[in-house]
Each structure stands twice: as structure tokens, then as C-alpha cells.
Design a protein around this ligand. Sequence first.
Ligand code: CU
Length: 384
Amino acid sequence: MTALLLSLVIILGIVAIVQMLRVFDLSNSLKGEDEIQVNNQETNNIRWAFVVFFLGFFAFFIYLVVAFGDQLLPVSASEHGVEYDWLMNFNMIIITIVFVVTHIILMVFVVKYAKTVSPKATFVTHNNRLELIWTTTPAIVLTIIIIYGISTWNSMTMDKPKDSINIELYARQFDWTARYAGEDNTLGKANYRMISATNALGIINKNTIDERLNQYDEKLQELEESRAKVYPGGASDEDILEQIKLVKKNRAAVVQYKEQSKTENFDVANDDIITKVEFHIPVNKSVNFSIRSQDVIHSAFMPHFRAQMNAVPGVITSLYFTPIVTTKEMKEITGNPDFEYLLLCNKICGAAHYNMQMNIIVETEEEYNKWLAEQPRFNVAQAQ
Ligand SMILES: [Cu+2]
């Protein structure tokens, strides 16, 4: 309501100003006066008003940098974080130099050339030297930025250590789940057709295959029964028939897994470990994340590690990094006893997007191994 009233006031204000200007124009033409004549005094006033505006503008810029500069990025805590921050600072320095220089030139031109009424402009068709300078300078700077950026990106993504710990981050509206690969360091296979109330990640092993087949059988039976109820005469209900077709198709895919399980070892999923709310990683060890999504596009964002990757339904994306500062050390560095590393969702994925986060605990390898040993394995958790 307040917003509506405010917009009304603004609209009426604009209408009033336009009407007043029209009255002003009309009275001028009645008096027989020409268009509004600007005299030297007025030009001078506008010139100095510009200078005041620019100085205020720069002062505001400096204030923002000083007051909020520390809000840009938190302290980096991964091996490639230092490199990443150099790239970021390098770009920011270039942007700041260009911003300051171009605005100073703008201010100088306003002061220098705002002297007379009706000045005669110099007629210049082109100037080869100027053209050369303002084409080659940005081209060279951009080339440097791109080459530097690509080489930093490559060094962050191209040589994944072979002994990385494999962890899956699974996104859905609106939470994260982490899955560890267990002793074999191999994540068990997963498929969306296997997703059920008891198997949120759709993990495939012998138990989940049988369980899923039973669920599909129950569903089919349920659908057939409701068909019989709605149409006792046996007439077909297209909607239910469509559902039956889909369930049969999904079931057939699971039967395929059952066949595959005779030759392929689906037991690799048995020692997987699933955690919610928080997940642990050891310091100074490379961690490789495979990222999946159940529903829409999410984005796994771990700002302290300078790591971000989209979570796309139907695609497994990945990233890796090596944490170099433990949570305990970071509590001291930041002077904040409540400090926690965070995994956030960085794509606006729906109503509770803001709530989609998980704590990351970075600890020593012994602490990590101890914690991991206490977590239930997937097949054990299933049996409970
Ligand atoms: Cu999300």
C-alpha cells in the first residue's frame, strides 16, 4: 500500500513538473521571447556543479572501497585460492585504473571546454594515431587478462591428483546430501529410476534393486485396482493407462539392472557413506567432488575454497580442491569462535533456496578418519 501511494506521488510529481514547463514555454512565447538563452554565467555554474558532482562521486567510490572492501571474499582456504585471488585482484586493479582515468578525463573536458556560449566545434573526420591507441590498448589488455585467466583456470582444473578423496554432492529442493565413496574410494552407481522414499539418491545395489522392483509392482497393482474401481466395465482411462505405461518402462530399466548385477559388481555402493547437515574433509588432501541434482539446476558454492560448479539434472559435473586451513585454525584467523565453512546453493532454485546449505568441517587426517569410521555404511544404514 505504501509502495503504491509512493509511486502515485512520484507519477503525479512528474506530471506536475511537465505541466509547469509547458506553462513556462507558453508564457515565453507570449512574451515574444526566443528559446531559453544560456549565458556565460550559467555555463560556468553548470561546469563547477559537474566538478562537485565528480568529486562527490569519487569520494563515494573511495568510501565504498574502504567500508565494504573486506566484504568481497572471505579468507581463502584452498591451495588454488591464492592463485584465484591474484587473478581477481589483477582484474580489479585494471578496472579501477580505467574507471578513474576515464572519469578524470571526462571531468577535465567538462571544465576545459565549457567556456563560451555557442562555441565553434573543431571538425575532425578521423585521427589515425588516436584510433590506433584506443584500439590496440584495450586489445592488448584484454588478451593479457584472457591468457592469465585461462592459465589460472587450467592450473585449477587440469591436473587432478590421482589419490583424491571421492565425494558426491547431491542437490535437490532444498537440501544437500554428501556421499563418500568408502574404503574402495569408488562411488556406487545411481539412477533417478531408483529414487524412492528409502533411497533418496537412487543408489543401485542388490538390495535397492529388489526393493525398487517390489515398489514398482505395488504401484502397478494399485493403478490396476484404481482402474477397476473407476471403470468397472473395463473401459480404459487414458490417464491411468499412461501412468501404467510409465511405471512399466521404469520397471523394465530396473529389471535391466537386475540382469547386469549378475556380471557387474554393484556391491561398490555398499560401503558408501551418506551424510546430511555437515560433511568432513581432511586438510592438505585433494578432494574430488562429483555433483548431481535431482530436480532443477543448483550450484555447489564453497566460497572459502574458491570453488563453484553447477548441479545439473541428468549430468554429473565435478570439481576438486585441496583445503589448507582447518576449521579450528580458521576460527582463530577470523577471530570468530562460531566460524564454519559452508557449502551453499548459488542458483536461485526455488522458495527455500536461501536455506540450502551444509557445513563443511576441515580437520586433520586422523580426526577425519575417526569421524568417517563412525559413520554407517550404506548397506548397514539400509538394513536398519
Ligand atoms: Cu538450490
